[in-house]
Design a binder for this molecule. Structure first.
Ligand SMILES: *Cc1c(COP(=O)(O)O)cnc(C)c1O
Length: 358
């Protein structure tokens, strides 16, 4: 039986991936040189199409790294001499904070309990802060921060750099990139590809910061420092031998998404999220973990299942639906359902039908 992965990453592959994978074998993409014109075209098209899909300003850079976690480390190395500030409401935001600590910086954190967001109007950012880090969609808890809240902070503190983790909300989340400096995602969630690629969208201001740090002899890393990434990206190249096949596939999926149109993708995402939340809210034993509606993620739906004695995950798996466990300590008490572009409305309806029948 073919399964449908509603897991929050890796997740269901985007429907066109098998076709593009086949084609890539015919084209022998796995063997081409990363110094070839063919590769330069793959990188350039990927960048151009991503910029169009997400409305990224032309003067921003698009860098390829190995994962979302790597992006966190590179951002701290390249944008922080000493002080970063982290809004922490779950495990991924905590990871970002911990990476800064492990790199020897002095990160500060503003923390709220799992399942909650922040009252950002009340927040004051310490003066010394160089970089403010947000996890826009906290995959561990299913809390999404309203984009307008993040943008208001960016407007209120124009001298601070702003980093935003959109790993599990891209490409759904609509951002005003001009207000932000580093936005990053990895491809095994909303883009519906196998894991192993991270993408960073970087402002000219963030590049300047990295250059300033390098001049001050702060260690900004080596082959994936912003300055090295930029040096090669300007030639549509990478320093190392990159995952060319993976970049090819990402470029193709982005093109397919552009054909559908980002507005349609966003509308459908909201429609599917509403189907799921409406069903859960009406159910007498299932509860949305995030109680405040304006903090509920549209792309990762976290459900409390404590009141149900049966093993929901196992029963659904028998029907071909793979959903995620709760994260960390909530492994048994929550389930997580991803709602990415690869998930069809029809499949969400079928999943709901199976949940009803439990
Ligand atoms: C999955 C995830 C990450 C980590 O990404 P990797 O590609 O696994 O390193 C970071 N942040 C969020 C919000 C995530 O969901």
């Amino acid at each position: 039986m073919k399964k449908i992965y509603f897991t929050p990453g890796p997740s269901e592959l985007y429907p066109s991936v098998p076709k593009h994978l086949q084609k890539s074998l015919q084209l022998q993409i796995g063997s081409i040189s990363h110094r070839s014109v063919q590769f330069q075209e793959i990188y350039q098209t990927l960048v151009e199409d991503l910029k169009k899909l997400l409305e990224i300003p032309q003067d921003y850079h698009v860098f390829i790294v190995g994962s979302g976690t790597e992006a966190m480390e590179r951002i701290i190395q390249n944008c922080v001499e000493t002080y970063s500030l982290h809004f922490v409401n779950g495990s991924f935001a905590k990871r970002f904070f911990m990476i800064a600590a492990e790199l020897g910086k002095k990160p500060a954190l503003i923390e709220v309990p799992m399942g909650e967001g922040f009252d950002l109007q009340k927040v004051t950012v310490p003066k010394e802060t160089e970089l403010i880090c947000f996890t826009q969609n906290e995959t561990s808890s299913g809390v999404a921060l309203p984009v307008s809240d993040i943008e208001n902070i960016a407007k209120k503190y124009p001298d601070k750099l702003i980093a935003v983790d959109i790993v599990s909300s891209a490409p759904y989340v609509a951002l005003n990139y001009k207000l932000l400096d580093i936005v990053f995602f990895s491809v095994q969630k909303g883009f519906g590809l196998p894991a192993g690629l991270g993408v960073m969208i970087v402002s000219p201001r963030a590049i300047k910061k990295a250059e300033t740090l390098a001049q001050k002899k702060v260690n900004i890393g080596s082959y994936h420092s912003f300055t090295t990434l930029m040096h090669y990206a300007k030639k549509q190249q990478t320093h190392e031998t990159p995952p060319v096949l993976h970049m090819y596939l990402l470029g193709k999926v982005i093109k397919d998404m552009r054909k559908i149109g980002i507005a349609a993708i966003r509308r459908e995402t909201e429609q599917k999220a509403q189907l799921l939340y409406d069903f859960i809210d009406q159910h007498d034993k299932l509860f949305a973990y995030v109680q405040k509606k304006h903090w509920r993620s549209q792309t990762v739906i976290v459900v409390s299942v404590e009141k149900i004695e049966k093993d929901i995950k196992k029963l659904l798996a028998k029907k071909g639906f793979i959903i995620g466990s709760g994260y960390g300590a909530n492994k048994k008490t929550h389930v997580r359902i991803a709602n990415f572009p690869a998930h069809k409305v029809q499949d969400v309806k079928r999943l709901i039908k199976e949940l009803k029948a439990l």
